[in-house]
Ligand binder design. Sequence first.
Ligand code: GAP
Length: 495
Amino acid sequence: MAQVPSSQALLEKIVSLSKRRGFIFQSSEIYGGLNGCWDFGPLGVEMLRNIKDAWWRAMTGRGGIEGIDASILMHPRVWEASGHVQNFSDPMVDCRECKMRYRVDHLFGEMSEKKLRAISKATTLEGALAKTLNMQSQEVTKEQLAEILLSMIEKSDTLFSELVEKELIGCPNCGRVKTLTPPRNFNLMFETHIGPVKDDSNAVYLRPETAQGIFVNFLNVMQSSRQKVPFGICQIGKSFRNEINTKNFLFRTREFEQMEMQFFCKAGTDEQFFEEWRETRWNWWQSLGMPESKMRFKPHEKLAHYAKAAGDIEFLFPFGFGEIEGIHNRTDFDLTRHTEFSGKSLQVHDEQTKEKYTPYVVETAAGATRGFMALLCNAYEEEQVEGEQRVVMRLSPSIAPIKVAVLPLVNKDGMPEIAQSLEKDLRRSMKSFYDDSGAVGRRYRRMDEIGTPFAVTIDSDTLVDQTVTIRERDSMKQIRIAIAGVRQYLMDKMD
Ligand code: GAP
């Protein structure tokens, strides 16, 4: 019977398996690691590439979507136009004594309900809370309390300091009171400099999203590829955010990969395209083996200033639901802002009305590395087979790092030679692996653990009738077929 371990234990098992089998290593591990950065090992890079390839094919293969690969460093004005210089920040506070730094929302998020209620009672917030919610504050949940306190702190210059002065909030690390500084905004973009001199005049940023490379290339792509609105531009690439808290493995990292598509359309058609893309992207995740039972679509309650509609596709990670992709109706905000800041018109011509207009954008913004983690978590299972525990990664064959293992039953009688020759032949069409060490049962288990969907075994019957067994990972069922038909059989199954 299949078993899924409890949340924290499951995450620890996945992190440990990832390292042991070469999916993910901690960045710069021999120097003690670098927080928020991870390296993809031999199996990880294959699987990540498979996910990105599947996405690229799904986007560019449908017609009307062009790909690009923009540079990571862009003109600094891009980030002024996009609003990132001004708004892409988190409010932070420091402890003057122990020097710990906290995000204000995390301070409240991690507080007990009792503490939150004490804060609201001891201040004038109680009345305001009841008014905001139009109900008795006793009915307010812990999360609502934290959220309302936060929004009040955002609006007030003094409230946080008042709470500190009244000793209602102290440092969670050293326990001292009256030591937290007032909140300050901390920009999440990494800054660097072009050229040998470091000063403000040559500061540039590592891009915090791939989207802006698409907006600024909108006309280049449309004209060079002779597209007409509606059409889309897609891109896969690295993004960087100086996240304050990096936790939960690949979920929130400082360097990560995104798969973004911006669909340009005329105002008035945007709502329909938003719905269509929401469904298309939902179905895409399912096509990689993610079940509906572990997914949900969460509309944003608070819309960004530029968004008309927005929501997240979320996956049930071991620690709870978390976003893997955002779908946003960004209106004409980005193209209008880039027109203002660059002085270059990014309008198109409507052939029917003969008028010029700025297109609206529906964006699908998926995390490649976060999606990778979701797919690993989704695939991991433990089960009892004949009294022994089997760990199996039920990865969809399309994203499994190795598609087939070729195993000689024993290391003699010409079996290794036949197996090696078959593996060499299969290698031309799919990622294959030859393994002749240890008992065949153990070799199957090693393959199950990394999600290899098929194993082909060469045995004594092969020597007589040129047939082999093919074992399927999930059912563990075996069939016997002619060695000459193995490649085609696997290709059909993989399809
Ligand atoms: N252009 C819109 C945009 O970037 P986002 O919701 O900030 O939207 C899109 O990011 C996706 O990128 C997220 O759904 C998530 O999968 C991934 N992502 C964002 N920040 C991340 C981080 N710090 N670590 C890993 N993945 C991240």
